[in-house]
Design a binder for this molecule. Structure first.
Ligand SMILES: *[C@@H]1O[C@H](CO)[C@@H](O)[C@H](O)[C@H]1NC(C)=O
Ligand SMILES: [Cu+2]
Length: 231
């Protein structure tokens, strides 16, 4: 009994310290200073997750007092990433979304609001065996290819990691996000789609958010949100 209590205490404290943020943008082969090109997030110190998918935090988790961040010039077709502080510790999928900045706004003053503006450009899939479902974990950087075909202009690049270790009850999934500010050059003429809104795209009861990943071991996994855009 004592041993169990000690184990539980250890587990819960290690889970708290396992939270993470995405403060550095990686582009043109270099990692920027923290929050230089990424909207500073409310969890910059706590590293804590969003658990309410109906919250406006689902857009960029932006700290209301965030300083204005810069806009990174990146080529369509190039790889853009985020430094993870400290690393992706929890089990769950990694997703990336883009939102085109509407005319009259810049990536620095656009918050990803205004309805259906987001399209998904990447999601990974777990490895499922008879005894476990697992995702890549421990990454200190994560990255995505900016689609070659999207029109030039400013976008928000939203990284999202969904931690599923306590997702067996609604609201238990932990969502870690941040938005980089980019200006895409050398692109094409195919606008991203399908477009979804945050909040709105996810429900707490989506099968990819309300799931016991331990027992019985799932035999399939469906990421939340829309289909991935392809050029
Ligand atoms: C975005 O890129 C275009 C094309 O290179 C450039 O003319 C424009 O000034 C850039 N905008 C920003 C905000 O960097
Ligand atoms: Cu955590």
């Amino acid at each position: 009994m004592l041993l169990q209590t000690a184990t539980l205490l250890f587990l819960s404290s290690s889970l708290v310290s396992a939270h993470y943020t995405f403060p550095g943008l990686i582009f043109n082969g270099a990692t920027s200073a923290d929050w230089q090109y990424v909207k500073m997030t409310t969890n910059k110190y706590s590293h804590g997750p969003i658990t309410d998918v109906n919250s406006n935090d689902m857009r960029c988790y932006k700290d209301p007092a965030a300083p204005v961040a810069s806009i990174a010039n990146v080529a369509a077709g190039s790889t853009v990433g985020f430094r993870v502080d400290p690393n992706i510790f929890h089990p769950g999928p990694l997703l990336f979304y883009l939102a085109k900045v509407p005319s009259g706004k810049t990536a620095a003053n656009f918050e990803g609001d205004g309805g259906a503006v987001w399209f998904k450009i990447y999601e990974n899939q777990p490895t499922i065996t008879s005894s476990s479902i697992t995702w890549p974990s421990g990454q200190t950087t994560v990255s995505v290819t900016i689609p070659r075909c999207i029109p030039n202009g400013q976008y928000l690049l939203r990284v999202e990691h969904i931690a599923l270790h306590s997702a067996s009850s609604a609201g238990g999934a932990q969502i870690y996000i941040a938005c980089g500010q980019i200006n895409v050059t050398g692109g094409g003429s195919k606008a991203g789609s399908p477009l979804v809104a945050f909040p709105g795209a996810y429900k707490a009861t989506d099968p990819g958010l309300l799931i016991n990943i331990y027992w019985p071991v799932p035999t399939s996994y469906k990421n939340p949100g829309p289909a991935v855009f392809t050029c």
